[in-house]
Design a protein around this ligand. Sequence first.
Ligand SMILES: [Zn+2]
Length: 470
Amino acid sequence: MVVEAGDGTPEKIEEIARLERSQLRPEELGMTLAEAKGLMHDMQQTMVTKQIEEYVAQFETCPHCSTQRTRKGQHPIIYRTLFGKLNLISPRFYDCSCQNQGRHSSSPLAQLLTTHCAPELQYLETKFASLVSYGLSVKLLTEVLPIADEINYTSLHRQLHRIAERIEGELGEEQFQFIEGCPNDWAKQPPPGPPLTVGLDGGYVHASDQKSRTEGWFEVIAGKSVQTEGGAKVFAFVNKYDTKPKRRLYEVLRSQSLQMNQQVVFLSDGGDTVRDMQTYLSPESEHLLDWFHITMRLTVMGQMVKGITAELKPDTKCPETATVLADMEKHLESVKWNLWHGNVLHALQRIDDLDDDLEMLEENPANKKKLLKAVKEFRSYIEGNQVFIPNFGDRYRHGDTITTAFVESTVNYVVSKRFVKNQQMRWTKRGAHLLLQTRVQVLNDDLRGTFCRWFPGMKSEEQTALKDVA
Ligand SMILES: [Zn+2]
């Protein structure tokens, strides 16, 4: 390694490694991972030593009168990097008497290295722990980098929380409404882009404080905002834990350059939380119950009817039962047809018919009570959400979005893949919420950009790629 100083002092040459080969075998062509790790590690030590020497040297004399500053001792700093842990010495200097008469002192190196971990290592740790489990991240990073025994489950976990808290700290305050300006201002805005479609849905995560196997889940809301042309962004939070859900969603829309005169279509399954958070974000917003959740409930009821039919096997001996069951199928079909056309009133009547059908059924099949409960719940679901039920058929013919099925997969993509698949894992609300924040940054390809903003010397992936081409 050749170290060239800018001030004309002679260059210094240091030997870093020596790689030896004899008879060529495929596995010895080029460097092995172990050699590369050793090389990186030793090069890092040498390079950092020189950088620190030069940096500290600037503070040894007073910049105003060139007097040597007096040292007031030193203390060790352990600094973790991609290529190994460094044991640095941070000297403390008294201020020069020409500047400060008191006995004030400072440690320039400690002030420079406020976090004892290199930004790029923080980035990689956060990125992988957001994608796969903490344990697997440790295995992966220690396998490819010379940092064996320097990271573990606990340090990674803590690191990710620190980054997530910094991200959270940048999120503005919650507001009741985010609509800016007045209709006059909106009219003056340039023509907006095509509508944004936002889908919201919930998923469940195992709580760490659960009392039994069946208890102790908490809800996570995940959503996706899709631009008609191009990009989509995901967001997520722990329901009833997050204090700024509306601000969170607003910032996603803003990052997609939402204009106040732009149309936003919100699709959800109609829970209070999602309904509340999507109001007062845009004057041009439309709130719809999504077709996917409606059909899901109808399908479940349809299966119950089929189950009852299979159980009772009505034949010519009990024509009344056969008629009732046939009516139920017919009424279910009609409920679906009416809802598809936005005819809520008729749909509600057909749901009441279903209720009556069940009352008329003299037999007591296994699922009768369950189906009765499902029908009643469905009725209040449709009644409670009737203002959000559009003419789906019309929208469909015009090519407008009618379903958040794309969000159902978002819940899987954002939440389940990291939180639910490993059934052993239990989460605190805080832990889950923080991990969700770094995870959406990774999934949205925003994490690197966030780090580049915090540490301007860090190159974005694009810049790095361009340099490689050049
Ligand atoms: Zn001085």
